[in-house]
Design a protein. Sequence first.
Length: 381
Amino acid sequence: MSLITHPGRRLFLGSLASLAAASAAPAWAQGPKLTTGAPPLALVQIADMSAGQIDVSKDFLVGARAAWQDINAKGGLRGRPIQHLTLEVDGSAASLRQAVDSVRNQPRVLALLGTVGDRAAAQVTDLLRRDLPDMAHVAPWLQNTSSSGDGNTFAIFASRQEQITHAVRSLSVMGVAELGAVYASPAEYATYRDDVEKTAASLKLRLRSYGPVADLQQLGRTLSPDSPRILIFLGGTPELLQFTQGIDKQAAQRYIIAMSDVNLQALQQMGLSRHAPVIATQVVPLVNSPAPVVKAYRDTLARLFDEPPTPQSLAGFIAARYSYEVLLGLEASPSRASVLQAFARRAVVDVGGYRIDPDPRRKNSAFVTQSMISSDGRLVG
């Protein structure tokens, strides 16, 4: 079920989820056909279209498509168009393996761009490291700290550990000594437990873990006065909604911190509990920011797609624009080897006022901000 209220969008997302669920085989798709006579340069985006990831994947994909269409309309890469292809998968290990294998057999594909959602990005990172180390994997959504320094993966967004650290530090003035971690499913527990434990240890916080359980609403009801006041939620928008709906009024204020792939607008519309404000980190500027990249994104999105601005599609737009800026610096004919070499320089790139430092050894944390649904239901940026 889609969490977006626009009827046409809901039907479209639902149909994509049905297609993805019907088969583990990845499906190729692309934007409008290119009419230029120059041979195109192909980039592939792997998108998890399973029911739990489709809202995030669809938005991220729309933002990337908008950017590449705009780039091609302005001449592409020195007169050569960029063919932005997508491989839609169902999130299973089998479908991701097939996707990587199909890319391996397409020599014209120069790199992978913006793998989405988060667990798919982590699995693709592992597959490429072992089986396709000569292909660049650029701007996956989202990445874990453990994968940031892989030789052929180039992360540009703040990791979950950086997001958690930012969010918890912003509340540290409240004198919090204990942190709770809520895992929506065994997959989140297996994928994110290490990062959460490392973050808690670095901030000298006691950590209490909750889940994974079958009934998140019931888990919310079990919170007691001695439960941690700050809860990190690892899961998607539907699971977070269930959890908050189980939380009754508490004697002490409690805050739930979600990651940047949770849709606050959808939660606001769907009636989450007002007894615990929800904070979501964002790894891109606010969509109403005056930054030049946000203005370019909004103008391009409005011109090409009937879609509302969201942090996820802005991230897809930025991922494509960053890739384009790096490709402009190619010192040899475009090939998998030359593209990998270009990204391996890990140069700092300014994309319309949004500074990207892909070096995992950088001294400063990657960009993180946050938005919140307050206890009275307002969305605060």
